[in-house]
Design a protein around this ligand. Structure first.
Ligand SMILES: Nc1ncnc2c1ncn2[C@@H]1O[C@H](COP(=O)(O)OP(=O)(O)O)[C@@H](O)[C@H]1O
Ligand SMILES: N[C@@H](CCC(=O)OP(=O)(O)O)C(=O)O
Length: 378
């Protein structure tokens, strides 16, 4: 018998990505809170033992927060270098803590560190999927975080909410659960009196007029509610419903009880890695196209050839994401370019056949293959 008061989106989910924010794992004084980690692990272990036995991938923030005190820092430093040092120290401590906590249930954990750049490349995307899928098949708990050591200012996901949405898409999850220090989306800043929690969001129009803050009160996380709503938009658009609630209510949320805010799916599911290219990558340059090339790429689904490029901006390398510009510099698409920026100028406006004859077969390649292109509308 199905209980109509329970959320069917949760009860029927076979694979769930759970994301927990720094503010839910740390003490008021800063540093990892072992009791809160244990409480989260209890909730995840309980969910795995439900009759539906969902597979769970955990996306956990907290590396920077966990590394601050051991390095003698009393707050998150403004510079990227010290944040990365803190993340390096803290990530080890974080995973050690999870390892000990999950061991109480006989569950192994596997650390998976990802960057946006990795994930928009075909081979890395496939490898990340295979590792996560295999960990799940072996009954282990994958614990994902951004690879802060190599993520530079330009390519950082910037927040783990978006990373969680993209991981949910990568592992083809049926549900994304975002756990925070607030028990859902409110119709205004929840620290102000008179604001109320929104139970369900059916689409972007339900967010009209809602004040969504970009900083959290705890001061250890990044992005505040803005990045959670953005993550929910990405996930629901890719066909994955989202529950946003407090970490302290994780067990209830995973049991399908009506806690927090449920964002209903708005799009259909696809196994398209280009979602990462659209949402996770920062362009390293831009290519100006002539009108014929815009038409071929945007409406014709064609690859971009040197003949249709009129200008090259930026210093990128082959494999980097670049924006494609139409008339008036309007961005029409993003893609992974097959040439370094310095190679391109002498190829512009010329046919691939001519280039191959003059420079060799290697120059017959597209500037961007259509499989590495995502059209950006609106
Ligand atoms: N409309 C809103 N609804 C709920 N919370 C909001 C809203 N606007 C701003 N916030 C703030 O966002 C915070 C959560 O963001 P953050 O601290 O970055 O969380 P986390 O560390 O869990 O990622 C809440 O504690 C709350 O203060
Ligand atoms: N990779 C960083 C993530 C920082 C971050 O996004 O934090 P949060 O807003 O708490 O999810 C860390 O582990 O500290």
């Amino acid at each position: 018998m199905t209980d109509q008061t329970l959320r069917q989106e949760v009860l029927t989910a076979r694979r769930i990505v759970v994301k927990v924010g720094s503010s839910s794992l740390t003490t008021a004084a800063g540093g990892l809170d072992a009791d809160r980690v244990d409480a989260l692990v209890d909730a995840l272990a309980k969910a795995r033992s439900q009759p539906s036995a969902p597979e769970i991938v955990l996306v956990s923030s907290g590396a920077i927060a966990a590394g601050l005190a051991p390095l003698g820092l009393d707050r998150r430093p403004p510079d990227l270098a010290r944040q990365q040092a803190a993340a390096s120290v803290g990530q080890g401590l974080l995973v050690a803590r999870y390892t000990a906590s999950f061991a109480r249930y006989g569950v192994r954990v596997g650390q998976v560190l990802l960057t946006a750049e990795d994930a928009s490349r075909r081979a890395h995307y496939r490898n990340a999927y295979r590792t996560l899928d295999q960990l799940l098949a072996m009954g282990a708990m994958p614990i994902v975080n951004e690879n802060d050591t190599v993520a530079t200012a330009e390519i950082k996901f910037g927040d783990n909410d978006r990373l969680a949405a993209l991981v949910a898409h990568l592992v083809r999850a049926d549900l994304l659960v975002l756990l925070s220090d607030v028990d859902g989306l409110y119709d205004g800043d929840p620290s102000k009196p008179g604001t109320t929690r929104i139970d369900q969001v059916s689409g972007p129009h339900d967010l009209d007029g809602i004040e969504i803050g970009s900083t959290g009160k705890a001061g250890v996380g990044t992005g505040g509610m803005v990045t959670k709503v953005e993550a929910a938009r990405i996930a629901t658009g890719a066909g994955i419903p989202v529950v946003l609630t407090a970490a302290s209510q994780a067990a209830d949320a995973l049991a399908g009880r009506q806690t927090g805010t449920l964002f209903l799916r708005t799009g259909s599911r696809s196994a398209d890695r280009l979602l990462w290219l659209e949402h996770a990558s920062s362009p390293r340059g831009a290519l100006q196209l002539d009108p014929g090339a815009v038409e071929a790429v945007v409406s014709g689904g064609k690859s971009l050839l040197p003949a249709g490029v009129t200008r090259v901006d930026g210093e990128f390398s082959a494999g980097d994401p670049v924006d494609l510009l139409g008339e008036n510099g309007h961005i029409v698409a993003r893609g992974l370019v097959n040439f370094d920026a310095r190679e391109l100028p002498r190829l512009l406006g010329r046919s691939t056949r001519e280039l191959a004859q003059e420079l060799g077969a290697a120059y017959e390649r597209e500037v961007i293959h259509r499989d590495d292109l995502v059209i950006l509308r609106g």
